[in-house]
Design a protein. Structure first.
Length: 202
């Protein structure tokens, strides 16, 4: 019987490295497409660019079956509570890519009706510039997210999401206390954050 070389039978690694390797190669995208960036996303998912090369072809339109949200287009203040609800319903761990200038900063719409960056209401991991960005740019954004997933610790991601849920509880409490709509509640929270010199509500 041939002797077994221990180097051929045993692999040593860290738990974080194994879990993150699986996570970065099995992302399930959830498109939140509301403007022209969504058209570029459709092109990216097609056979020409083929996002399945990166293990992210299982596109779902149900947040409970997704872990990577791509916000594609202009988000108005009325849509803010919807976006937060969908993010809350996504499977953990979850990541967000802000695609295009409208989602990232409000873009050309410097108006009272437009949210000036989705990172004020939900955590964002990667920003993709452009108006609209080409499919190659969005793919590059996914690759940068994979690099980030590979380096992060499990506890760091858990704490990152926990802070959002805490803000969601504050939102529900404030809404019940003052009898406000979801849009009015988020506006109150943003104004309060601004007075404290903070850019986000989570």
């Amino acid at each position: 019987m041939a002797e077994l070389d221990i180097n051929d039978a045993v692999l040593t690694t860290r738990l974080d490295a194994v879990v993150n390797w699986g996570r970065k190669n099995s992302l399930w995208p959830m498109p939140f497409g509301v403007a022209c960036c969504a058209i570029e996303f459709m092109s990216m998912m097609s056979s020409k660019y083929d996002l399945s090369r990166f293990g992210a072809e299982a596109m779902r339109f149900s947040p409970r079956q997704s872990d990577m949200m791509l916000v594609l287009g202009t988000i108005t203040n009325k849509m803010a509570p919807v976006l937060r609800t969908i993010y809350a319903q996504m499977a953990e761990p979850k990541w967000v890519i802000s695609v295009g200038v409208c989602a990232s900063s409000g873009g050309m719409y410097r108006t009272y009706a437009t949210l000036q960056g989705i990172d004020r209401i939900i955590p964002v991991d990667v920003y993709v510039p452009g108006c609209p960005p080409r499919p190659e740019s969005i793919i590059y954004g996914v690759m940068k997210l994979q690099e980030q997933i590979e380096k992060e610790s499990l506890s760091m991601r858990k704490d990152h999401i926990a802070r959002f849920y805490e803000s969601l509880e504050r939102q529900d409490a404030l809404q019940a206390q003052k009898g406000l709509t979801g849009q009015q509640t988020i506006r109150e929270m943003l104004m309060d954050a601004g007075e404290r010199g903070v850019g986000t509500i989570f």
